[in-house]
Write a protein that binds this ligand. Structure first.
Ligand code: AMP
Length: 430
């Protein structure tokens, strides 16, 4: 299926193709027609499935068809999200997919000065992406008007409830016009979500996609504890001994991707790096060699990896854990696609134990730990802070910061967490 058959305008299709998407994901293929028809939607989809475009694309289409009445510019779409990070991500999608349309959007999040938001609200805002707490602050100060909202989206509704936003959400719902379209996205369906959906949605279409991207059944996840300076050796060993082919390796920085690709090539593992500093031609060549199997390893940063869509990618390696837990889910979602088995391996050093914890909290899964003999972490090595994607003191051998204790050790146990609610990663909205 192509995007062109879904009923989206030329302007939106152009933006999609520039983003590099050729085919809608299952959630997009199912949700887009429903949203375009004006019907309410209950969608079971989690991050990594392409759900954001699943609602932003048809919303943009609806807004661009039914234009705002002249002279009056109320907020027409309200997207409620649990965290600041998600707000930024959703609004970025709106801007990107809507870049050839005259649609304006804004994020409204807590933790930042409210005054610029007040100023921004005096101008035109078609789509408001907000965290509940800060939105209510604006409501209280009478700096936002919600009486013109035509479409409401509750994104990651289960996380909003986990974070205790239910009362805030109910207060906000009471301020919206009765006549509107409602879209609710949730990864899980607890009784609480069902109650919320029952009260909110009118004869909704149900769309559910498989739990592809968290602890998906098709993805085997492993943690390999190792010292930061020995990661390269361990990776080369794992690739050689397990005979891994088509390995997508994530690094935090472009420089790291380059270095690693060079090192692996020296170890006779054909590797290339792709990242924003490479020319389009170099990237295309690397990708096609990788896809054809000529190139064993591709080292990529998160941004560069966005354009890579290869069905049946068997191995994803986190050479370094991402700073944002959601990125882990995106990264490992690149393997185990379309029902194929995939393996996601993470090399974790002492600096990254906190990041690992937040990933496990987000995915509600305790990732099994595999210790490679000969690569046991040295307990004397202390954790170093990760600043701008790099360890600040890497290379500065003697500069040990005194008094800084290491993070708690990675558990040696393995297995799934019990399904009890746990606090989730990500900043609270207010
Ligand atoms: P989301 O679930 O919305 O957070 O999206 C997960 C990832 O999939 C993001 O990195 C998107 O850029 C990417 N994505 C969304 N739609 C598509 C598509 N149709 N084809 C390829 N990648 C996509």
């Amino acid at each position: 299926m192509s995007f062109a058959t879904l009923g989206l305008s030329e302007e939106i299709l152009r933006a999609i193709s520039e983003r590099g998407y050729t085919e809608p994901t299952p959630i997009q293929a199912q949700a887009i027609p429903v949203v375009l028809s004006g019907r309410d939607l209950l969608a079971g989809a989690q991050t990594g499935t392409g759900k954001t475009a699943g609602f932003t694309l048809p919303i943009l289409q609806r807004l661009s068809v039914a234009k705002n009445a002249p002279g009056k510019a109320p907020i027409r779409v309200l997207v409620l999200v649990p965290t600041r990070e998600l707000a930024a991500q959703v609004e970025e999608s709106v801007r990107e997919y809507g870049k050839y349309l005259k649609v304006s959007s804004m994020t409204m999040i807590g933790g930042v000065n409210i005054n610029p938001q007040i100023t921004r609200l005096k101008g035109r805002v078609d789509i408001l992406v907000a965290t509940p707490g800060r939105l209510l602050d604006h409501v209280q100060q009478k700096t936002v008007m919600l009486s013109g909202v035509e479409i409401l989206v509750l994104d990651e509704a289960d996380r909003m409830l986990d974070m205790g936003f239910i009362r805030d959400i109910r207060k906000i719902l009471a301020l919206l016009p009765k006549q509107r379209q409602n879209l609710l996205f949730s990864a899980t369906f607890s009784d609480e979500i069902k109650t919320l959906a029952d009260g909110l949605l009118d004869n909704p279409a149900l769309v559910e996609v498989s739990r592809r991207n968290t602890t998906a059944e098709f993805i085997t996840q492993k943690i390999y504890p190792v010292d930061r300076e020995r990661k390269k050796d361990l990776l080369a060993k794992l690739i050689k001994e397990n005979n891994w082919f088509q390995v997508l390796v994530f690094t935090r920085t472009k420089h790291g991707a380059n270095n690693l690709a060079e090192y692996l090539t020296k170890q006779e593992i054909p590797s290339l790096a792709i990242h924003g500093n490479k020319s389009q031609a170099a990237r295309t060549r690397a990708l096609s060699e990788f896809k054809s199997g000529k190139l064993q390893v591709l080292c990529a940063t998160d941004i560069a990896a966005r354009g890579i869509d290869i069905i049946e990618l068997p191995h994803v390696v986190n050479f370094e854990l991402p700073n944002v837990a959601e990125d882990y889910v995106h990264r490992i979602g690149r393997t185990g696609r379309a029902g194929n088995e995939g393996e996601a391996s993470s090399l974790v050093c002492v600096d990254e134990h906190k990041l690992l914890k937040s990933i496990e909290r987000l995915t509600r899964f305790e990732i099994p730990v595999v210790q490679t003999p000969g690569f046991e972490p040295d307990p004397r090595i202390k954790a170093e802070p990760i600043v701008n994607g790099q360890n600040r003191d890497r290379g500065a051998k003697s500069q040990k910061r005194r008094g800084q204790s290491s993070q708690p050790a990675v558990r040696q146990g393995a297995g799934r967490n019990a399904a009890q609610p746990v606090p989730r990663a990500g900043g609270r909205g207010r």
